[in-house]
Design a protein around this ligand. Structure first.
Ligand SMILES: [Ca+2]
Ligand SMILES: [Ca+2]
Length: 358
């Protein structure tokens, strides 16, 4: 989850700020917008929760927008922002300490979403729905098959993408290729030999996970009915689109023609469905140690893995030099990651990479 969205206070402020801009841009009557139009943007599963939120908090939101108060003022009043001295939006007027008495009992969609999200994910970065605990899932979101190949048998932990051991009569590696042709030849040998088998995995940050927020969410000129309809599934993928990542992109789109996964799949069709994206928004060299534990590969039971470690900027994009990762720390942390991989999840490619980096 992006560090900017870990705080329900920030989410509340951002959404109210968007509402404020939308009302001003379209020259709408504030009360009419809040009571009649706002929840239309959440058409879908979130709409009832949104309506409950507006029922309780609507009067305060209307008052805030009408008086052109900073949006974090209402979020403090709703109990979503705890620290009254910490202001996200520049104050336009004195803070009067509005207390509507609603506090934590308000059925806020933001609070509900936040807890729903954190409770499902924790910090494991593994599929939330995985019946056989093989770290693969047949559900798309919540670190499911948008992130790593889909599980073709959720009742058998020895069947998963990239599995080398097992009978070729069965689809033990979930690539959709199995059985014999009418000449008694294994289809996997017929279609895939003699090309090498490689799965692909990326460890890194939001660039590897393909962090993306639709422009319509924040551009008042594009807003309208159903604008936030896909908010829930997008949050369930941590606002990332790993299915469009340059590493693990597997979706057929008009604008994404290539990814490393697609290349490997084109090279050998048996590499189909063998990818893992364990990139995490906000990842740096230091906290990637926790993220890498989500990588699933067995050097003996599975095919080799082509690994990418990408850390684009979170080690240095800080507001002061003292908070940046030092060169020594970066080197130490990266070598620790490579040592973890060496001999554990892959053999051939790791040696090649190590030779290149050291
Ligand atoms: Ca599974
Ligand atoms: Ca197979």
């Amino acid at each position: 989850m992006g560090s900017g969205f870990q705080n329900e206070c920030a989410l509340c402020v951002v959404v109210l700020r968007v509402m404020e801009n939308y009302v001003n841009y379209n020259r709408l009557a504030v009360a009419d917008f809040v009571n009649r139009q706002f929840c239309e943007m959440f058409d879908g599963d979130l709409k009832p929760t949104c309506e409950a939120f507006v029922h309780y908090a609507g009067p305060v939101i209307i008052q805030t927008l009408y008086n052109k108060e900073p949006s974090d003022k209402v979020c403090i009043a709703l109990g979503l922002c705890k620290d009254k001295t910490c202001r996200i939006v520049k104050q336009k007027a004195e803070f009067y300490g509005v207390d509507i008495g609603a506090g934590p009992s308000v059925p806020s969609p933001w609070k509900w979403l936040y807890h729903w999200f954190v409770d499902h994910f924790g910090n494991g970065h593994l599929p939330a729905f995985d019946l056989d605990n093989d770290t693969y899932s047949d559900i798309s979101t919540f670190r499911g098959y948008h992130w790593r190949g889909s599980d073709c048998n959720e009742m058998k932990g020895s069947v998963y993408p990239g599995r080398k051991s097992g009978s070729k009569l069965l689809d033990q590696d979930c690539n959709g290729i199995f059985g014999l042709d009418n000449r008694g030849r294994y289809y996997e040998d017929k279609f895939c030999a003699p090309y090498k088998r490689y799965g692909i995995a990326v460890i890194g940050d939001s660039a590897g996970a393909h962090f993306s927020i639709p422009e319509k969410w924040f551009n008042v000129t594009l807003m309208g009915k159903g604008t936030y309809k896909d908010l829930l599934p997008r949050l369930a993928d941590e606002l990332d689109m790993p299915e469009d990542s340059a590493y693990t992109g597997h979706r057929n789109t008009s604008y994404l023609s290539h990814s490393v996964y697609k290349y490997l799949r084109g090279w050998n069709l048996c590499n189909n469905n063998d990818f893992q994206n364990i990139a995490v928004n906000g990842a740096s060299a230091g906290n990637s140690w926790g993220n890498i534990q989500a990588l699933s590969r067995d050097a003996k039971e599975d095919y080799p893995l082509m690994m990418f470690l990408e850390l684009i900027g979170n080690d240095v994009c800080k507001d002061s030099f003292s908070r940046m990762t030092t060169v020594e720390e970066f080197r130490r942390d990266v070598i620790k990651l490579l040592n973890y991989l060496d001999g554990r999840v892959c053999v051939e490619v790791c040696r090649c990479l190590r030779g290149a980096i050291w």
